[in-house]
Design a protein around this ligand. Sequence first.
Ligand code: F6R
Length: 357
Amino acid sequence: MNNLDHLDKLRELDPQGMLAVEESFYQQLQQGVEIAGQSDLSKISGKKYSGVVFTGMGGSGISGDIITALAADSSQAPMVSVKGYRLPRFITKDWLVVASSYSGNTEETLSCVQQAMDMGATMLFITSGGRLEQLAQNYDSVSAITVPAGLQPRGAFGYLFMPAYLALAQLGLLAVKQSHIEEGLEIVKQLSSQYNRKVETGKNFAKQVAVNIGDRLPLVYGQEGYLAPIAYRWKCEINENAKTPCFWAQFPELNHNETVGWERLDKLTKDFALIILSRPEGHPRIRARVEATKKLIDNNLGKVIEIPVKGQSSFAQAISTLYTGDIASVYLALYHGVDPTPVEKIEKLKAELAKLD
Ligand code: F6R
């Protein structure tokens, strides 16, 4: 029996309860919907925006990447996601600036917020507190959505993502169908009972993904559109929860470069596990590319793990595929006896940089 089917062992290895956070992902998404419904957007509604710019890093920034990708099919407004210190020059005060930081203290995000305040832009903050919450009290054109504190930012995805996504819909900047939200939540609900720790590895796909990765180096292939940020989220979750190197790329772009890179170092790449997020009804040319690529690199590859994307709507497909990766990365940590919660290196880096102030 591996660690994953040993309930006492799972508790012992996960003292801060990251697995429980993942097991209650459905409830967190639901609470995110409720938080959105209760939020006061009066200070930022009724305006005409030229576009929306998201600013946020890591577990808080991923929402902007996913919303931007989902919006490409459903919104007329330009949307960009910024991961750094500076807003692009084309952002003017007529853009809505959405700043997402769970701690409220991330310096890159605060730097973008400062630029937005200097130009007098309208803003939406999503945070559990910190400096961002304080700034909201001293600046007129901002609505702040405060979410429950006490989690790791990456474990608060439902709190950070749903209010941002639904607020943009309320502001008329995104078309969001209630039936799509219901579909996504229903699939996540079903998956969370299938992925629960009590379901043994033989019947638990999320545990199987972890076991199949095992000691191999995982590489995640997404595809153009919203499965690109989902592949990136898989990579980040494997890095932060399982403390394992992981890389990602997306179809079709990877066929124009990365595919060639599989020609050498086969002794090394035989220890890679390639995870492919595959959409059965996706673009037919992408499906053909996935199959052709597998054949081309097969000899140099240790293992292929295909993740069939579930659901009809983009929202349901994105959210349920993200969920499988989130919980599989926690199982990968626990499979290797690693505590999934702490991210000491991120904290050390933040502390080092704080010394420079
Ligand atoms: C840690 C995590 C990190 C943080 C990032 C930004 O769990 O996910 O990627 O999200 O360091 O910090 P916040 O989210 O507080 O702005």
